[in-house]
Ligand binder design. Structure first.
Ligand code: ASP
Length: 320
């Protein structure tokens, strides 16, 4: 076990130096990977949760809850950048590998932990996805921590009254915590949470709560998660593509890169997609890729965690 862990730590170091050329070797879990430098906090909390006897799903939920609490980067949780009408609407989803179960919430207002709400939907309803008011009611019904959103009505009214020729809201300042886990039994779990694109239209839903787009888990293969411009990721079902590529035998690193190449090849925007992915497989190998920017993310094992960075993929000549 010690030798395997040393291999994983060495792999982190090698990966940082030569992403796209040096795929990580296999590693037996627990292992976690998360988007962005703030993902290190999520990975650490998740691994501690598992070390204390929690399941992989508990690790994912607790790791993401911490980021929601901190509203890291101002893009996750209620401290995230508000929508065009001036209030946050949150998206999240969670997937449990062993029974291929999932829960998802979108456009939720005033609920402190949308990831927990997504898990409640999965475990305590007959549904997979709840949105907006209904998702909030379900959260309140299940005693989830909430804040007063009565002020939103006034904000909505002001926004609805705005001059109709006003410039369309710019979607900026977006990030997502996507957190993937492989536990010591070889089971796979994942979750993600975001306040979505800042200044999005009220009611806009991004990729994050859409299964197969912002997150996908298949316990026989592995998991993938996304961050970036949801409009681009969801048109390509990015996370599902990556898991399917891994099913065909690709290493997670190659699968993340291949998904971006395929998306760019089939899209008028080419590589200007602002799409970033992380992935891990059942053998404990992992990878990450980004379409057109440097992408820092976090990886951890019980021996420690680290933030590593991949550069944008080198574009392949577009075939069109
Ligand atoms: N993917 C998220 C969204 O579009 C935001 C992000 O990850 O940057 O809602």
């Amino acid at each position: 076990m010690l030798i395997r862990r040393s291999c994983a730590v060495l792999a982190l170091t090698l990966f940082a130096a030569c992403a796209q050329t040096s795929p990580t070797p296999a590693f037996e879990g627990p292992l976690m990977i998360a988007t962005w430098p703030f993902g290190k906090t999520a990975v650490d909390v998740g691994l501690q949760t598992m070390a204390a006897g929690g399941s992989g799903l508990d690790g994912v939920e607790q790791g993401i809850r911490r980021i929601e609490e901190l509203s890291s980067d101002g893009t996750v949780g209620l401290g995230g950048t508000p929508n065009a009408a001036g209030y946050p609407q949150l998206d999240a989803c969670i997937m449990n590998g062993p029974d291929h179960n999932a829960g998802s919430v979108a456009g939720v207002e005033g609920i402190v932990h949308p990831i927990t709400l997504a898990r409640r939907v999965m475990e305590h309803s007959k549904h997979v996805m709840l949105v907006g008011e209904g998702a909030r009611w379900f959260a309140l019904d299940h005693g989830l921590k909430s804040v007063d959103v009565s002020g939103h009505a006034a904000k909505k009214e002001t926004w609805l009254d705005r001059p109709r020729d006003a410039a369309a809201p710019k979607t900026t300042g977006h990030d997502t915590i996507a957190l993937l886990a492989l536990d010591a039994n070889g089971d796979v779990f994942g979750g993600c949470s975001t306040s979505g694109a800042g200044r999005k239209l009220p009611g806009r839903v991004g990729d994050s709560p859409i299964l197969g787009s912002g997150l996908y888990v298949d316990n026989s293969v592995g998991a993938a998660g996304a961050t970036g411009l949801g409009e681009n990721i969801m048109r390509h079902c990015g996370s599902f593509q990556i898991v399917e590529l891994m099913r065909q035998g690709m290493h997670p690193q190659a699968a993340c890169e291949e998904a971006i190449h395929r998306m760019a090849a089939g899209d008028p925007r080419g590589y200007e997609l602002a799409a970033c992915f992380i992935a891990l497989d059942k053998q404990g190998r992992w990878g990450a890729a980004a379409s057109n920017q440097n992408f820092p993310f976090a990886v951890g094992t019980p021996d420690g965690s680290e933030v590593v960075k991949v550069p944008a993929v080198s574009p392949r000549p577009l075939d069109r």
